[in-house]
Design a protein around this ligand. Structure first.
Ligand SMILES: Nc1nc2c(c(=O)[nH]1)N[C@H]1C(S)=C(S)[C@@H](COP(=O)(O)O)O[C@H]1N2
Ligand SMILES: [Mo]
Length: 291
């Protein structure tokens, strides 16, 4: 009855071959090929749960994540055109040190998320909770956040793991580090699981929030933001409230954020669970778990 770990891993490798076959079909018929490839990626991810060995599972998950990212990149071209309502971001005469390896610049701002964006969310009553390993659980509306914590403006660069980057984003919001401090985390709190609508999450090490890594532009501080370039953040981009983590790939910048949960271990979020790198530093090109 029991499945040997290598048997499960072999089954995933077979499934990956089927994914690759479907990926080749994308060149012939994009829509049908893409749908089939996505179905096969999901099927392979289901099999992955049978792989008992952590290292082996991580490596195979990473291989699948590479393919999922390639598939996304294949349909992203349309989105890399300038979007009507946002100002152009710089793409020329940029200090090359600001462009992480394997990224290219887009003047527009693509909209990317899984599931459906909230419909007409009310900015004033949007609420985020701070919970988990804290002495004081907090429930704060966006209005309360702005009243209780220092409001800062920060320019930062945004890098999506599907290889587009948008420079010079001016976000307005409050520092996540300040909000967490108000909740008085226990000493054993080492990671932050950030959750947002509709069913999305990402993991950040607490240290990376309290002491952000230096980045090529701006302070690198992690924000809860509600405005971009001086205007209300569009719902499509995570308004009324999104996280912004400038020293990480975009998947950590959770849109429509609802919960900051302090945890005493790593709790993989949506993409970390699907084979993306645990840390996700764009300048170190930490894209996939198997690198
Ligand atoms: N709630 C939620 N937040 C999310 C995502 C998501 O699917 N759901 N996708 C992430 C990814 S992969 C990226 S690149 C950015 C995209 O932000 P944008 O749509 O404002 O460009 O949002 C991140 N935050
Ligand atoms: Mo992304």
């Amino acid at each position: 009855m029991s499945t040997a770990p290598t048997g499960a891993a072999d089954a995933v490798r077979d499934a990956i071959v089927r994914v690759d076959e479907a990926m080749k079909a994308v060149a012939v018929d994009a829509a049908a090929g893409r749908e089939r490839a996505e179905r096969r990626i999901e099927a392979a991810r289901d099999l992955l749960e049978e792989v008992a060995d952590d290292g082996q599972r991580r490596e195979l998950a990473g291989q699948l994540a590479r393919r999922a990212a390639d598939l996304d990149a294949a349909v992203l071209d349309d989105m890399l055109q300038p979007t009507p309502d946002v100002a152009r971001a710089p793409t020329r005469d940029v200090d090359p040190a600001r462009i992480p390896p394997g990224q290219h610049l887009t003047p527009g701002w693509p909209v990317l998320h899984v599931g459906a964006a909230p419909q007409d969310p009310d900015p004033a009553s949007w609420t985020v909770t701070v919970t988990g390993r804290v002495r004081h659980r907090l429930r704060l509306t966006r209005t309360e956040l702005a009243a209780r914590f220092e409001v800062v403006e920060q320019v930062s660069d945004f890098h999506c793991v599907t290889r587009w980057s948008r420079l010079d984003n001016r976000f307005t919001g409050v520092r996540v580090a300040d909000v967490l401090a108000a909740a008085a985390p226990h000493d054993d709190a080492v990671h932050l699981l950030v959750s947002g609508r509709p069913a999305y999450s990402a993991d950040l090490a607490l240290e990376a929030v309290r002491q952000p890594e230096p980045v090529a532009a701006g302070s690198g501080e992690v924000l809860l933001a509600w405005a971009h370039d001086g205007a209300d953040l569009a719902v499509a981009h995570g308004g009324p409230l999104r996280l912004v983590a400038p020293s990480r790939y975009g998947w950590k910048s959770v849109k429509w954020v609802t919960e900051l949960r302090l945890v005493d271990r790593v709790v993989p979020g949506y993409w970390e669970e699907r084979g993306y790198h645990a840390v996700g530093g764009p300048h170190r090109e930490e894209r996939f778990a198997d690198r």
